[in-house]
Each structure stands twice: as structure tokens, then as C-alpha cells.
Design a binder for this molecule. Sequence first.
Ligand code: PMP
Length: 385
Amino acid sequence: MRDFRSERVREIPPSGIRKFFDIAQEMEDVISLGVGEPDYDTPWNVREAAISSIEKGYTAYTSNSGLNELRDEISLYQKERFGVDYNPVNEVLVTTGASEALDITIRTVVNPGDEVLVAEPAYIAYCSGVILSGGVPVYVPCPAKENFRLTPDSLMEKITPKSKALLCNFPNNPSGGVMTVDDYKAIADVIVDHDLLLISDEIYNEITYEGMPSSAACVEELRERTVIINGFSKAYSMTGWRIGYICAPEEIAAAALKIHQYVMLSAPTMSQYAAIEAVKNGWEARNEMVREYNIRRNLFVNGMRRAGLECHMPKGAIYAFPSVESTGLSDQEFAERLLKEKHIAVVPGSIFGPSGADHLRCCYAISRDNLVTAIERIEEFVNEL
Ligand code: PMP
């Protein structure tokens, strides 16, 4: 029998994160800093909105683009929070998670052979998405010495005549690095001069600890060539609801809608009702979660520094990214031994790209008690090396 799998699917590796967690699941007493997921339940008012929608019998498809009220609210949110106008009728598209938003955006723009610049360390779905579209991912380093930000020089170095788009994610998974509006302004000329499309995954932009969040679309010359990817999973602790969105110039939004129509029809209806409540009335719960993540961030980063691991202070998202270089172990070796010997699961940074080498992604969205125990065990592990 021949191999029925396409060449493209054979080319992409399985998720390095999952592989690790299969091992962890078979062990007892494991504290996991591995999965990138908020540990809160979805706020009750948000759950109630979905329950109420089901009780009312709103169980059919919505319009392909999503409920009008939700698109209005998303447009209002982008305006109020970032000062950017998106027409809710034809520039906002509701998707099944930011994951679908990313997938259809990549498929909307990539022709076979196109190069897509991927700011790394990067969320693991980017390169696979580009490869599945026949594109070629090209890493652009955002190293620790730049506080994991993307700089114009780094970007310039990787641009070729085949470059079509730049995919970036700030606040960043896995590094916690953020870009200010000035940082986006600094790369704007390079993006415009080389006629690139910017795909900006801003799913963590409500989880920032030092000042206001920023959006790439705040920069005027970027607005017309930027696709904003966002969603509700992180800000409102709604990972299981599978609800996200795209804000993009009309031409791109309409093209993405064509793919969405065929592959998804519409995002889950009850989740759309929940999302309306989240964006309208989820602020208090969100603020409370961010306050708590901030305490855990400080606790964890200080713990890592005490343990002798260099660790930059992440300004956003829910991850710390300590360096294990001083231990002489690679990130893979460190993570494997830490799991086997101390029952702490973390993710080796190198799976997110070369700039992640010698780092560990540690998600601190777990209880403070578990976090303290995790710090103690990591400290013990480092001392015993
Ligand atoms: N982008 C990034 C950077 C993420 O970390 C995640 C989730 N881990 C996603 C997108 C996917 O989010 P969603 O649950 O909305 O599909």
C-alpha cells in the first residue's frame, strides 16, 4: 500500500509540547508548568450568557462572519483600547479560536514558495501552518539580549525577494517579551519598504503587567497591511470555548471569509454569546486574573534568580523564560532530567526556535502553592547538579 499522507503533512513534526506531556501524564505527583493555559474557570457571567443562549434555543449557525453584536463589540474594543477603527461589517471575522484565525490567514496569503518571516521564539503552530500552505518559514531572531523584541536590523537580515509576510506574536509565547508602539514603529519602515503583510497574533495583549498593552495596528502605516489575530482564550480564561477573531483590511478579511465559509461555516454559536458578555462585562474578572498572574510572575522569576538561573522579567503573557546556560545542560537535557528527577514539567525553549535554546518555558498560571513547590524543586535540582 502506498503512503497516503501528503508530503506537507509528513514534513511537519508533531507538537514538541505534547510529546513531553505524554511522559508527564504517566507519572504521579507531577507539577506542570508546561501547558499554556490560564488556570481560572471562565467568569460566571460569561458562562451564564452561554447557558441563557442555549435555553433560548440559539443553537443554529450564525452568519458566516459571526453575530453582528459580537463584531460590533470587537470593533468597539479595538477602537477604545487601541484607537484603531475596524468596520464591523467587513473587517471583523469571528473564528473558532485564534488557531483558526491563524490558519485561515496564512492560507489566505501564502502561495507555494512564498517565504513567511516568523519572529522567534515563536508559538509552535506558525511554522507548521506556513508549511501546510506550501510556504517556507524563515525565522527572525528576537534574542534575550533584545529583551525578546523584534528589531529592524534583525528583520532586514532575513528579508529576500521571496518574503511575503511577517508573523509575530507580542506579548510573546514563550518568552513573555512585549513590543511597545515605538517598537512597532521601529519595524514599520522595513515592513512598508519591502511590501510585507504583518500578521500580528495579539492573543495575550490583555495580559500585560507594566503599562498599557499595544497593538501593531496602532501604527498608522501598518494598519492597512496588518492582520490582527486575537481571541478570548487567554484574557477571559475561555480556552475550551474555541472563539477568536481576525481584524483586517477589507480585501484580506473577505478572502479569509471564503476559507472560513468552507471549513467552519461559523464559530460556535453559544461561544459567540459568551464572548459578547466577556468583552462587554468581563473586565473585572480579567483585571483580577491579571493581578494574580502578576504576583505569580514576580514570585516565579525571583525564585528562578534565587536558584541561580538568569531570568528576564516578562512583561506580558503567562510565561517565564529562564536560561539554563549557566548549568551546562541543554534545555532538552535540563527539562528531561527535571521531569524524571523532580517531577516538574517545563517545555524546552529550543522547540520554539533557535533563540529559545538554553531556555525553559514555564507557565506560571498555576496555584501559588504549586508554584512555590515547583520553585523549591527546581532550586534543589540546580543545587544538586
Ligand atoms: N496564539 C498563541 C500565541 C497562543 O499561545 C495560542 C494558545 N496557546 C493561540 C494562538 C491559540 O489560541 P486559541 O485558543 O484562541 O485557539
